[in-house]
Design a protein around this ligand. Structure first.
Ligand code: NDP
Length: 492
């Protein structure tokens, strides 16, 4: 493949990736955006494979490359089957875990590419040696932090690692010390002679920069573990988004090492979009992005430990029945539905949509209120509602709808907890204080559908359940909503 054709193909793939990101920014164009991304990736994989197997102008190399075809086809086949199976089987609620695992792959790839590139004899031109070594060093550093951080994020999201923040004494100093040590190791690494002055001479490798490189990799792995361990469960969305950004920069660094323009562009797109998303989420949760980068995010000294829902009930709970809720809804002029993680677990979005359609057909104003971190991944609720064919124009973001709660007759909170917790505004000692929430308590009536009195993801008690205007409809969300639909049909 000539370099011109390859450059052109890479350009087309890059444009498709940009169009993909643009498409994914609104629900109406998300499917198209996904397709652009898919086509871009197919072009990228084919083009890279062809360029690898048939280096520029070397027709004779084709014969040599046939063993390479087998290896590459095998790797692509195995990767595609595993990826396809994982993606088709994963539940929507486990998506952040899958994303975290995929980020760890990118990190691991950057580390392996970096070490392999360093060990490749005579890979760099003398004049560019310094820059080349810096690429390798930074690529491995970011890759190792991404790898171990993503594994811990996966463990926390899966519940295998405690979601409580691990607060080691002097944790910021530990992070700073590790970073300074990485800088010192970088100096040793850059000054070391090339690893393979004589082909095959193992001892020269040990006296070269390899020990410094491996020591830094080890430190970076520890840094990744420590940074994510120090982050509280309720703040994991930002961490996953931040690791997404890190994985992009790690991929871009691997692109520099491999002199692959497309990898550089794609890595930069992922890195910058992940950083922008992290910033937007930090703003939505009233946090500083520097706290996230330094670790210890969401675990300020004054924060009290999460109650975990085990605290004694702080008041009287008003339990209600399906029939009573049906009556309230039919008598209402305006209803807002707040979906949360529990709706996703119960897969209740289809009957919920039927309820909203029924109420709309009776002339009742119905809207959905979406919190930026409702569920377990950004956009989780939007995806579920789109799957149930809920019209986009009645799905409102938090900022669009928060002012409308005081003029709302009934709010149905379906399997949501943290995102409607008034303590985020009222209690400065609460771990979620400062997080913007949906102000449902300002409505005339709030009906909460949940199975029991368990806390939400952040593990903190929610005083909303004891409010006078809150009614609790206990039970699995899907069953409660199905019964409610029957009662509404009977009552209407
Ligand atoms: P929460 O986790 O706060 O609350 C969900 C509630 O749903 C629980 O209290 C639970 O109570 C109830 N529930 C669970 N299963 C069912 C069921 N089958 N039927 C009925 N109710 C059920 O969810 P929110 O959506 O309110 O908040 C999201 C939380 O997740 C935030 O803390 C956010 O920071 C965090 N998070 C968000 C991510 C994102 O990107 N969006 C990623 C990772 C975490 P009970 O057991 O009593 O039924």
């Amino acid at each position: 493949m000539t370099s011109t054709i390859r450059a052109l193909a890479y350009l087309v793939a890059s444009l498709l990736f940009i169009l993909s990101l643009r498409g994914l920014s609104t629900q109406e164009t998300a499917i198209r955006g996904n397709r652009y991304g898919l086509f871009g990736m197919v072009i990228a994989v084919i083009c890279t494979a062809v360029a690898l197997l048939f280096p520029e102008g070397e027709v004779a190399a084709a014969a040599v490359s046939f063993s390479g075809v087998g290896v590459l086809a095998g790797a692509l086949g195995v990767g595609s089957v595993i990826g396809g199976l994982l993606a088709s089987r994963v539940a929507m609620t486990s998506m952040p875990e899958l994303v975290a695992v995929l980020h760890s792959f990118v990190g691991a790839a950057a580390v392996l590419v970096g070490i392999a590139t360093y060990l490749q004899p005579g890979a760099e031109v003398e004049a560019a040696r310094g820059a080349h070594l810096i690429e390798i060093y930074v690529g491995i550093l970011v890759g190792a932090v991404t790898f171990s951080g993503s594994i811990i994020a996966f463990g926390k999201l899966r519940g295998k690692v405690s979601s409580r923040p691990l607060l080691l004494p002097g944790r910021h100093l530990l992070n700073l010390g590790a970073l300074l040590a990485c800088v010192a190791l970088a100096v040793i690494f850059l000054r070391a002679p090339d690893p393979w002055p004589t082909q095959g001479d193992l001892s020269s490798m040990l006296t070269a920069g390899m020990p410094a490189l491996l020591a830094m990799t080890f430190l970076a792995l520890l840094l990744g573990v420590h940074m994510v361990m120090a982050i509280g469960g309720g703040d994991m969305p930002v961490v996953v988004s931040l690791l997404n950004s890190y994985s992009g920069w790690a991929a871009a660094a691997a692109g520099f090492m491999l002199s692959n323009d497309l990898l550089i562009i794609t890595g930069a797109l992922v890195g910058s979009s992940g950083a922008i998303l992290s910033y937007i989420m930090c703003k939505a949760m009233n946090r500083s992005i520097f706290n996230v980068i330094l670790g210890g995010f969401g675990a300020d000294a004054g924060a009290k430990p999460a109650a975990g829902g085990s605290a004694a009930p702080a008041g009287k709970v008003n339990e209600t029945t399906v029939e009573q809720v049906a009556e309230l809804l039919l008598a209402a002029r305006s209803v807002i539905i707040v979906p949360g993680y529990g709706m996703a677990v119960a897969q209740a979005q289809h009957p919920v949509k039927e309820i909203s359609s029924l109420l709309l057909s009776k002339g009742i104003k119905v809207r959905y209120a979406i919190h930026p971190v409702a569920g377990r991944l950004p956009g989780h609720m939007n995806v579920l509602l789109a799957e149930a064919n809920v019209s986009y124009d009645i799905v409102k973001e938090m900022d669009e709808i928060n002012a409308d709660f005081p003029s709302t007759d009934v709010v149905l909170v379906i399997g949501a907890n943290d995102i409607v917790n008034p303590m985020a505004q009222d209690d400065p000692s609460s771990p979620i204080y400062g997080m913007p929430v949906l102000e449902v308590w300002r409505a005339a009536r709030v009906v909460m559908l949940k199975r029991g009195m368990a806390a939400g993801y952040a593990g903190v008690d929610n005083p909303l359940v004891y409010n006078e205007n809150t009614l609790m409809l206990f039970g699995d969300a899907r069953q409660s909503v199905a019964k409610l639909l029957v009662a509404l049909n009977a009552g209407g």
